[in-house]
Design a protein around this ligand. Structure first.
Ligand code: COA
Length: 190
């Protein structure tokens, strides 16, 4: 699927705008419940049960791709500011990530907290476009504020790690027994 087709098929809306214009939370919840993701129930549950509260409490910002034909949520991402805790990271990597010190306990960063597409779009390769849109929005904040990297917790499956690696993220931890792997996209050059 090329980007123009993607743009014609879906419209991207900030959840904050939808909440403002919908008038009732029940209406927004009904829209959010059109999203299903059986491969990642955490992703589905966040959108169904937490996204509105996180949005109204300014914990994060969620962006929805709404299918222009069915008006269902086809995909979404949630982004925010965060901190990376460094307890299991080597001093060399801490220094690389912090840009100054090798012994700090936490480093500020941007976070892609949630990202994924609905079950019905499983055969369509749209992940790259969703990820690029999330990065583009974070880039605008990074330009004004600084910040050294974008963090995300990738599901510890080879194909998922490969997907993020193909999009300029790299893992900062290893472990076959981990459920998820922390990956970053640096703004600094390595
Ligand atoms: C991750 C994602 C955005 C990538 O989208 P895409 O570029 O359109 O590509 P695909 O959906 O084909 O996924 C790429 C590969 O990762 C695998 N994959 C994706 N999500 C997976 C998951 N939750 N569990 C296991 N494998 C998964 C796919 O099966 C595919 O494997 P393949 O190349 O062997 O067919 C999309 O797969 C997705 O939304 N996944 C479900 C939600 C999810 O788990 N999001 C969080 C990821 S950290």
């Amino acid at each position: 699927m090329t980007r123009p087709q993607f743009d014609q098929a879906f419209s991207l809306f900030p959840l904050s705008e939808i909440i403002q214009s919908a008038g009732s939370k029940r209406k927004v919840k009904r829209l959010l419940e059109t999203f299903s993701c059986t491969r990642n129930m955490d992703l589905q549950e966040f959108l169904h049960d937490k996204a509105i509260t996180f949005e109204t409490n300014l914990r994060s910002r969620t962006y929805l791709y709404v299918d222009n034909t069915t008006y269902e949520v086809a995909a979404y991402f949630t982004i925010t500011i965060s901190t990376l805790h460094t307890e299991n990271i080597s001093p060399e990597v801490i220094k690389l990530l912090d840009g100054y010190k090798d012994d700090v306990a936490s480093i500020p960063c941007f976070l892609i907290g949630q990202l994924g597409k609905s079950d019905i779009f499983k055969p369509q390769k749209i992940g790259e476009y969703i990820l690029n849109d999330a990065i583009e929005i974070i880039d605008q904040s990074q330009e004004s504020l600084g910040g050294r990297f974008i963090l995300l917790d990738a599901i510890n499956r080879e194909q998922v790690i490969k997907f993020y690696e193909a999009n300029a993220f790299f893992p900062i931890e290893k472990g076959t027994d981990l459920e998820s792997i922390k990956m970053i996209k640096p703004y600094f050059s390595r």
